[in-house]
Write a protein that binds this ligand. Structure first.
Ligand code: ZN
Length: 198
């Protein structure tokens, strides 16, 4: 997953190429019912443009949401997923870049630095990838499903996943990170596509 390493390839909210499945056992809850896989909302679904609301109840429903999001992310497969991608406008994202499942509730992007251009995609804009420049390093803080403080930081893939998912929380898709001309062309193609499939 280093740039330039053999088969570094692409990234779509995660990359199918990585093939890693984190352990379910680390999902921080004991839920009686099996976890569910939800359909992933795709562009131009308006929920993807909504700024997520802060979570205020740290209850069973939240733990269920996180468990279902992880299940949905692994099934996609992807390395990150935000609640609004399954139609829930709550400030929660999950990720697993190959080191096991993690989640952040009410994330705050605290720090970014450097620059790294990498081929990036999004589960909500399926099968499309663009080289996107972002800060190489990022740090996100927030809380877990029990309200305990968490902080994740990293560069390259982790740094990018944290920024990509934090963008989703703000209602921002990776399309907004494209250069003007590329974005215009991408939007035109996506609109034509969604009209054809409507
Ligand atoms: Zn995405």
């Amino acid at each position: 997953m280093l740039p330039g390493s053999a088969g570094a390839g692409r990234w779509a909210d995660g990359s199918a190429a990585r093939g890693h499945r984190g352990g379910r056992e680390t999902v921080p809850c004991n839920l009686a019912a099996p976890m569910a896989i939800f359909p992933i909302r795709t562009f131009p679904d308006p929920v993807l443009r909504m700024r997520a609301s802060p979570v205020i109840e740290f209850d069973e429903e939240l733990r269920r949401l996180v468990a279902d999001m992880l299940e949905t992310m692994y099934a996609a497969p992807g390395v990150g997923l935000t609640a609004n991608q399954i139609g829930v406008a709550s400030s929660v994202f999950v990720f697993d870049i190959g080191e096991g499942p993690h989640h952040v509730v009410n994330p705050v992007l605290e720090e970014t630095s450097g620059s790294w251009t990498y081929e990036e995609g999004c589960l909500s804009v399926p099968e499309r990838y663009w080289p996107i420049a972002r800060p190489a390093f990022s740090a996100v803080s927030g809380v877990d499903v029990f309200g305990g403080q968490v902080r994740y930081e990293g560069d390259q893939l982790l740094g990018r996943v944290l920024q990509h998912e934090f963008d989703h929380i703000q209602g921002t898709l990776l399309l907004s990170r494209l250069g003007r001309r590329t974005r215009k062309q991408a939007l035109r193609e996506l609109r034509e596509e969604s009209m054809r499939s409507a």
